[in-house]
Design a protein around this ligand. Structure first.
Ligand code: NAP
Length: 282
């Protein structure tokens, strides 16, 4: 049993900045982890208007915030306010986590790809090395997934996007491994990833034809609300293994937690807190 939780003058503050951000599940996940480890930390959410992310990072620097998560639409904008980027954030041109290195330096990282790989390997027992993959979407999440899959040794990555030019840009992250294609390329691949908002609450559309899915494939829908997305449902009905984006969300948060606190993240606590919160939202 943890002692009662008190926020005091000594409490270290971490936060997510985004727009809109009040619905963010990050405070639930991180506060559950802080409490589980009895850390004198608290996590909140700051609504930051589009175009104001760099100013917000300067504010965070002056206020001594101990860690920042960055979400839409600020992941590219914060780059210019940081002192250093990890090689992953540099390649993606996007930051989802800011950590302090000493008192002065703010370092931008992108833990989405590492979180995605952890979810694949740890939760699904799927090693992308040598596998053929289809990624639908070419936005920030898709780009992180493409870079991570290539780094993990995927044999081939096809990127299908509504705007084909953006698929070409994403393919340039993994020369020789990734190429632009179409959802029709789902036939025969080992891994299908939905990195579009298709399937989010109320949207029943599928990013790929259900008939292209079947046994031997793993389908990962980065959408996690609803927990059972139309794609996950269709994939399971056709005999494919399928999971939603909650695993990636938890594992990318776990990477941030470790960067900020230096502690091992309590994954099960974080996952249970997220599931309980999503159940309330339903
Ligand atoms: P983003 O940068 O805005 O990219 C959105 C992508 O989806 C673009 O490729 C866009 O195509 C495509 N798209 C949007 N609406 C579409 C539609 N109606 N039909 C077909 N394609 C559509 O967003 P993001 O950050 O990459 O996020 C994408 C999804 O991943 C979201 O659902 C988000 O919630 C989820 N996500 C999950 C996690 C996690 O941890 N599980 C992390 C990050 C994101 P165009 O290029 O043609 O506009």
């Amino acid at each position: 049993m943890n002692p009662p939780w008190q926020v005091a003058g000594t409490t270290r503050v971490a936060a997510v900045i985004g727009h809109p951000v009040r619905h963010s599940i990050s405070p639930v996940i991180h506060n559950a982890a802080f409490r589980a480890l009895d850390l004198d930390w608290v996590f909140t959410a700051f609504e930051v208007a589009p175009g104001r992310a760099a100013a917000a990072v300067e504010g965070a620097r002056d206020l001594g915030l101990a860690g920042l998560s960055v979400t839409m639409p600020h992941k590219a904008d914060v780059v210019r306010a940081l002192d250093r980027l990890t090689s992953t954030a540099q390649a993606l041109g996007a930051v989802n986590t800011v950590a302090r290195n000493g008192a002065q330096e703010l370092v931008g990282d992108n833990t989405d790809g590492a979180g995605f790989l952890d979810a694949l390997r740890t939760d699904e027992g799927f090693d992308p090395a040598g596998k053929r993959c289809l990624v639908v979407g070419a936005g920030g999440a898709a780009r992180a997934v493409v870079l991570a899959l290539a780094g993990a040794g995927a044999a081939a990555i096809v990127i299908a996007n509504r705007t084909p030019a953006r698929a070409e840009e994403a393919a340039a992250l993994a020369p020789g491994v990734a190429r632009a294609g179409s959802p029709e390329d789902a036939d025969g691949v080992d891994l299908v990833v939905n990195a579009t908002p298709q399937g989010m609450a109320g949207d029943l559309s599928l990013p790929v034809r259900a008939a292209a899915l079947g046994p031997g494939q793993l389908v990962v829908d980065l959408v996690y609300h609803p927990v059972l997305t139309p794609l996950v449902e269709a994939a399971r009905e056709r005999g494919a293994a399928a999971t939603n984006g909650l695993g990636m969300l938890i594992h990318q948060a776990a990477h941030a937690f470790r960067l900020w606190t230096g502690e091992d993240p309590p994954l099960e606590v974080m996952s249970a807190a997220a599931l309980a919160d999503l159940a309330l939202r339903n």
